[in-house]
Design a binder for this molecule. Sequence first.
Ligand code: ZN
Ligand code: ZN
Length: 286
Amino acid sequence: MPNGTSWVTMAGTVTNSGRRHEVGQGSRDRGRPGAAGRARRGDGTPSRRSRRGVGGIRSRRGPGRAMRLRLPEERPTEPPTGYKIAHPVLSQDGTRVGFTGVSLGGALPYGVLDEARCVYGLRHRAPHRRCDCGFHCVHDRTEAEALLCTAEHRAAVLLEVSVLGAYIRFERGFRYARQRVRTATLGPCGCGAVAAALADAGWGRPGWRALTAACAGCVRGRTSLSPAAFARLAGEGLRVRAGSGVAEQPAGLGVSELVAEAALLQARLDWFQTQLAQLDERGSQG
Ligand SMILES: [Zn+2]
Ligand SMILES: [Zn+2]
């Protein structure tokens, strides 16, 4: 995210269970979000999780007169949609999945449905007007996709998210309190082929392996999950799609996931048969 992002003076709250809380200094009106959307606790993830989204949106106004003014409010009935990029992660024991942000502050993973905490460990709710904590996303899918062009973000995936709870709107997107990841779209494998799996990317965070899109042929013996398996572990109705610039996949009932899984199995079988054939050849020569 280039510097110079200017914040517009607009705060909002997605209504949830008929209650709301607002982003306002000294406000006591901090109703809790509905239980249905409450982030799961005790899942072993660290309590101080950093929450950077798309690209480290840092620029904000310094403390001044404008900061003391109450922001105009908006209360959409539908959660706004946003886009961001992140790396998929798999827990060390292989039972949980999540995502980790691409910017420096996004050091630790978040779940598909999760709640932001102040990245600096300050005791305020995220997002706070004088801080830059909270989840981040942009309005425009193309803008998020553009971030995937940089070398360091090639292995990241595109997320479509619902902005939940309190948010602060800026010109390109939102900084906000709670998030549901609805869809994760995988880029191509490093070899250029359409992704059939999420495979060990070779790096991670303590307790979490980063995953990256891999085609069936390039997975080999790496730890991997099919897109469907990733979605199952993620829960919360997450959809995982193989993008790769091909035409949008139909929103069928898991057909694309099944096709991807079949392709993965087929390619592994092909690879296995090739190995067998080579062994066979060597055997007959020796
Ligand atoms: Zn903060
Ligand atoms: Zn490949």
